[in-house]
Design a protein around this ligand. Structure first.
Ligand SMILES: Nc1ncnc2c1ncn2[C@@H]1O[C@H](COP(=O)(O)OP(=O)(O)O)[C@@H](O)[C@H]1O
Ligand SMILES: [Mg+2]
Length: 385
C-alpha cells in the first residue's frame, strides 16, 4: 500500500543476488515498495541479506536478477541518475579522514552538483541539526562512533535525496545518539523523504518504522505494519508461566490443557531456565493450591498489570513453599508461553486454576506485550542457526 503521498519511490521486484562462487542466493526473490514519506524497515538476523539488498538499491552492487527502481530511475540501467535520487549511510564508517567534518559535507554536496555556496550553507545547517557544529572543523579521528554516525547521516542529506538508505543505523550507539537519530528520521519523514533502514535490533526500530519487511535467507517472510504483524502473529499478549507439574503428570498434556483455555491462541513450551539451586533470589519455591487460589482470586478481581511487565508474582506470605519437586532447585520445572487473544490479566485466573486442578505448582508468572522479535521467532522457530 504505497499510497502515503503518491506513487512508490522505491520498487523492488523479484530481486536476486548471488555472489560469485556462492552456492545460494544472498537475496532470493525479494519484492517490496516504499512510498514517499514512509519509513520502511528491512529487519532480519545477521546474514539475512539486508546489506546486500541495500547495496543493490544504492548501486554499489549489481543484481543477479530482478528490477529495482528508485525515484523513478531503473537502478541497473542508469546508476548515475539513481544516485542523484538517493543517499546511503553504510553499515561501516566510510568518512574521509583526510577532510574535516565540514569538508566531508561540502565535498559530498558539490560532488552531487550542488554549487559551492549552497553546499556550504547546507553543511552549516546540517552540522547544526546533528549537533556537530562545535567540532565541525576539527580532525575526524577525534570523533566517537555516535558522532561519526551523525556525520554520515548529515553527509547523506547534503544533496537532498528522495530516498535515504540507512544500514544498521543505530548499531552499537549510545542512547542519546539513538534518540537524536530517530528524531531526525521522523523529521525527514515529515518532509516527505522516504527512508529505508535495516536492522537486526528489531524491537528498537519497530517504534519508528511505518512498515516492516522481515527477511531471512534473502527472502521476505512477511511485510506489514509492526502493529499488524505483532497482533496477527504473536497474539495480543504473552503470559509466561514457570510451573512444576505434579509427579507423573505429562508436561505436554499439561501444556495442551492450557492451550485449550478460552482466549489462549497457542501454548508452547520454552526452554527451561537453568538457574542456581533454589531459583532466583526472592523467587518462589512453589505456589501451593492455596496460593494458586489466591492468585486466581487476585486475577479475577481485575488486578491489571500497569503496562510493562508483571514479573514474578512473589507474594511470599501467601504462597506455599518447597512443595515436592519445586524444592529441587528448578528440576522438573516447565516454562510455558501462552499466546493470548485479549488481555493477559483476564487469563491469569483461569490459567492458574487449570494448573491447580492438575496439582501443578506455579513458580513464576510473567506478562508481556509481544514484540517484533517474538514475531520473528514465530516465523522461523527457536533453533539457533
Ligand atoms: N562480498 C560478499 N561475497 C560473498 N558473500 C557475501 C558477500 N557479502 C555478503 N555475503 C553473504 O551474503 C549473505 C547476506 O549477507 P548480508 O547482505 O551482509 O546480510 P545482512 O546485512 O543481513 O547481515 C551472507 O550469507 C553473507 O555471508
Ligand atoms: Mg548488514
Amino acid at each position: 500500500m504505497p499510497s502515503r503521498d503518491g506513487p512508490a519511490v522505491v520498487e523492488v521486484d523479484d530481486l536476486v543476488k548471488r555472489y560469485p562462487r556462492a552456492d545460494t542466493n544472498a537475496v532470493d526473490g525479494l519484492s517490496f515498495t516504499v512510498a514517499p514519506g514512509e519509513i520502511f524497515g528491512l529487519f532480519g538476523p545477521n546474514g539475512a541479506g539486508k546489506s546486500t539488498t541495500v547495496g543493490i538499491l544504492t548501486t554499489r552492487l549489481r543484481a543477479t536478477g530482478g528490477r529495482v527502481v528508485v525515484g523513478g530511475v531503473d537502478v541497473g540501467r542508469d546508476p548515475a541518475a539513481a544516485r542523484a535520487q538517493l543517499a546511503v549511510v553504510p553499515q561501516h564508517n566510510n568518512l574521509d579522514r583526510a577532510l574535516t567534518p565540514r569538508q566531508n559535507l561540502v565535498y559530498h554536496a558539490t560532488y552531487h552538483g550542488v554549487r559551492r555556496r549552497e553546499a556550504q550553507a547546507r553543511a552549516a545547517e546540517l552540522l547544526e541539526r546533528f549537533g556537530l557544529t562545535e567540532r565541525a572543523d576539527r580532525r575526524i579521528e577525534a570523533y566517537s562512533g555516535g558522532m561519526a554516525q551523525r556525520l554520515m547521516i548529515a553527509r547523506a542529506l547534503t544533496h537532498e535525496p528522495t530516498v535515504l538508505f540507512l544500514d544498521e543505523p543505530t548499531n552499537a550507539l549510545d542512547p542519546q545518539t539513538r534518540l537524536l537519530i530517530w528524531g531526525q528520521l521522523r523529521e525527514l519523514r515529515a518532509r516527505g523523504v522516504a527512508i529505508v533502514l535495516t536492522t537486526h535490533a528489531m524491537n528498537e526500530a519497530a517504534r519508528v518504522v511505518d512498515r516492516v519487511g522481515i527477511v531471512d535467507h534473502g527472502r521476505l517472510l512477511t511485510l506489514d505494519t509492526p502493529t499488524n504483524l505483532v497482533r496477527g502473529l504473536a497474539g495480543d499478549a504473552l503470559l509466561d508461566l514457570t510451573v512444576t507439574p505434579a509427579g507423573g503428570d505429562d508436561p505436554d498434556a499439561l501444556c495442551a490443557a492450557l492451550g485449550e483455555l478460552t482466549g489462549v491462541r497457542k501454548a508452547e513450551r520454552l526452554a527451561t531456565p537453568t538457574g542456581p539451586p533454589g531459583g532466583r533470589p526472592g523467587g518462589l519455591a512453589g505456589v501451593g493450591a492455596g496460593g494458586a487460589a489466591m492468585l486466581a482470586a487476585l486475577a479475577a478481581g481485575g488486578g491489571r498489570p500497569g503496562g510493562g511487565r508483571l514479573a514474578a508474582l512473589a507474594g511470599a506470605g501467601l504462597l506455599g513453599r518447597g512443595g515436592g519437586a519445586a524444592g529441587n532447585g528448578g528440576r522438573g520445572r516447565l516454562r510455558i508461553r501462552l499466546h493470548l487473544a485479549g488481555d493477559a490479566a483476564t487469563l491469569l485466573g483461569p490459567a492458574v486454576a487449570a494448573l491447580a486442578a492438575r496439582s501443578a505448582a506455579v513458580n513464576a508468572v510473567d506478562i508481556s506485550e509481544p514484540s517484533l522479535e517474538d514475531v520473528f521467532i514465530e516465523l522461523t522457530g527457536r533453533q539457533p542457526r
